[in-house]
Design a protein around this ligand. Sequence first.
Ligand code: FAD
Length: 361
Amino acid sequence: MQRYDVLVVGGGPAGSTTAIRLAEGGARVLLVDKAIFPRDKPCGGGLTTRAFAQCPVDPTPVVEDEVDVVELRFRFGDSVVRQASSPVIRMTQRRWLDAFLLAAARERGVEVREGTTIDTATAPADVIVGADGANGTTAKSVGLGGGIVQGVAYEGNVPYGTVARERYAHRAVVELADIPGGYGWVFPKGDHVNVGVGAWQEEGPRIREHLARVCNAHGLDPSQLDALRGHRLPLRRAATRLANERALLVGDAAGLIDPVSGDGMYECFVSSRLAAEAILAGTLAAYPAKLDAALGRLHGASWKLKRALDRWPRASWRVARTRLLWGSVERLLLGDVGSPGEVTGAARVPLRVLDALARIP
Ligand SMILES: Cc1cc2nc3c(=O)[nH]c(=O)nc-3n(C[C@H](O)[C@H](O)[C@H](O)COP(=O)(O)OP(=O)(O)OC[C@H]3O[C@@H](n4cnc5c(N)ncnc54)[C@H](O)[C@@H]3O)c2cc1C
């Protein structure tokens, strides 16, 4: 039986980009995915500019819209509309983005087996990468993971025609302060919009009601949404084990979702880069600390902001609607700053207020 340097389990953005980077570094890589591509994955499909910049291949061929206007609303009422200096989010459909990235892995020499699962205990590879997402089993089978808090998200699509293209194209609408532990969104795609909600896992039984309120706020009946699907949002805590001598975890399998935005693709690409570097250097043990250095401050700030929004929604909204805060959000989305802690000058003031709100016992 042929042996490989690395087995990657899962061909979503975390797995395919880890495989791409390993193959480019000269490793023999086997990637297995239980699905046959193109397959869908419940997701808003929004690639922030900072995520876009971290992707090892240019995903432009599968970008359907570019967002440079962000509309923030408080409980479906008071709103602010902010114009960005350049696109802050590229909109994709995961069905096409993931197939595109997997094809790029194949082109670089990765052996890709679709419709396949594998027993990691007898896998013909020296190193195993768990990239099998929020519901994956690889972490457990290799003695990693644990301590992950779950959120939940639910979304569907509505064609242009049912909703007005002029209202939604190039614009991300974010509905704040109505859904515990999350928010609602309307994201533009090529011929439709994606409408969704994210929340704490306890909101699971009410997630349809949350989505219905977002629909109503946009003049839609929930029955007009097509392809409704839900999925988990895994959020790691300090105790989550991410690597041992033979295996490591990337993307959602590692619980790398941003606690406040619910985004995970930036984290997929950052973790795939650091994982591939650690594997190629033969230093798997160094991976968790490098991941913490890259994402720890961003996610620490996101946990605080989430707490402020959840506990003091009205006060947080007064801060969130200021132009000064938008400046920092824009710089974060563009990747000009890695975390709110890097923001300097007067722009720090609203961030400090949110920080103080999060600290109130
Ligand atoms: C509703 C929703 C909206 C979201 N919106 C956004 C957004 O707009 N922007 C953003 O950046 N992030 C968003 N996210 C988060 C984003 O979807 C995830 O972070 C991302 O999909 C993680 O990619 P991944 O490669 O780690 O896992 P996945 O994309 O889940 O891929 C895992 C792969 O592993 C395969 N697999 C599973 N088990 C096995 C097995 N045993 N053997 C073989 N293969 C297996 C699966 O078939 C799948 O292909 C959203 C999440 C949700 C739920």
